[in-house]
Ligand binder design. Structure first.
Ligand SMILES: Nc1ncnc2c1ncn2[C@@H]1O[C@H](COP(=O)(O)OP(=O)(O)OP(=O)(O)O)[C@@H](O)[C@H]1O
Ligand SMILES: [Mg+2]
Length: 290
């Protein structure tokens, strides 16, 4: 369950080695809109080592999704990285060929965005789409891939995973599709998972179960996470450090504890205050329960 007490803010230094080489290194990344000849993201930097999680929060349009897409090499048509660098497992993405990108996506770095329907093929059974990822990326035989796909559907807390395996996108609800997408994203056991509002559409209980699943993957497999969420409670529960973005600028960046409990920047204070308004003070006020 998502408990929102002060004590749930993780101190993960002990179960991840911050001195390990980063599996994702984002250095002063700038993103521009070529058609408007305008820089939209003005320099984002963070390092992600195995088993760690970094959160990105900030107002709508501040550049969170563009930053994620830049890291994955899938910026919208007229956008480009115009400064800085991104390294995935030690490789500068600027040097990657399309073929190398294909090998990397899913297997090393993977992502879940909102709007799951647009990422799934409506004419292929959803389970078969996950099995295909496993077959291609992990080299499993058809039967084993199918078995693994059903396991993944169960892991993302879909009831009756065998049934869901054989269904088409139009037969599933938005929340179910979102879970199918999460299953597909972790199917090839990536080292980095980018979750851009990935659990926002899910109800609280399912969201908590998915977050538990991701926590387990971090501990067991050293999965590293980039979590974009407007929900500070999710970020507080999951992330070791947080970046606060506003109008393409990172206004604050630090350990989750200090950013959310002792914000330095006026905008971060505003964000935190907004959350308090919606009844999240129980997560922001340390509650000493016996
Ligand atoms: N495909 C696109 N075409 C044109 N402009 C875009 C596109 N994607 C993003 N932008 C613009 O780039 C800026 C940053 O957008 P981005 O999607 O990164 O914001 P965000 O922080 O993810 O916001 P939200 O919280 O609403 O998801 C916005 O001003 C947006 O209008
Ligand atoms: Mg976005």
């Amino acid at each position: 369950m998502t408990t929102l007490s002060h004590h749930t803010v993780p101190e993960r230094a002990e179960d991840a080695d911050p001195s390990a080489p980063p599996v994702l290194a984002v250095r002063d990344v700038r993103i521009s809109d070529r058609t408007a000849d305008r820089e939209i993201v003005h320099g984002v930097s963070f390092d992600l080592t195995p088993g760690r999680a970094v959160g990105i929060v900030g107002e709508s349009g501040s550049g969170k999704t563009l930053t994620c897409r830049a890291v994955l090499g899938i910026l919208p048509p007229h956008f480009e990285i115009t400064g800085g660098s991104v390294e995935i497992a030690g490789t500068d993405i600027a040097t990657l060929t399309p073929r190398q990108w294909t090998a990397l996506r899913g297997a090393t770095i993977s992502a879940v965005f909102q709007d799951p329907a647009s990422y799934l093929n409506p004419s292929i059974r959803v389970g078969a789409q996950i099995a295909e990822v496993i077959r291609v990326k992990k080299g499993l035989k058809r039967r084993a891939a199918r078995h693994r796909a059903v396991e993944l559907l169960r892991a993302v807390r879909l009831r009756d995973p065998e049934l869901v395996y054989g269904q088409y996108t139009y037969e599933l609800s938005g929340g179910m599709l979102q879970r199918v997408l999460i299953a597909a994203a972790i199917a090839a056991e990536p080292r980095v998972l980018i979750a851009d509002e990935a659990t926002t559409a899910l109800d609280v209980t399912v969201q908590a179960e998915i977050l538990d699943l991701l926590a387990e993957l971090r501990e067991r497999a050293g999965l590293a996470l980039v979590v974009v969420s407007h929900d500070l409670a999710v970020v507080a529960q999951v992330c070791d450090e947080v970046l606060v973005m506003r109008e393409g600028v990172v206004v604050e960046h630090g350990p989750t504890r200090s950013v959310l409990y002792d914000p330095r920047h006026a905008y971060t204070r505003l964000l935190v205050a907004e959350h308090e308004q919606y009844g999240l003070e129980k997560f922001l006020t340390p509650k000493e329960t016996a």
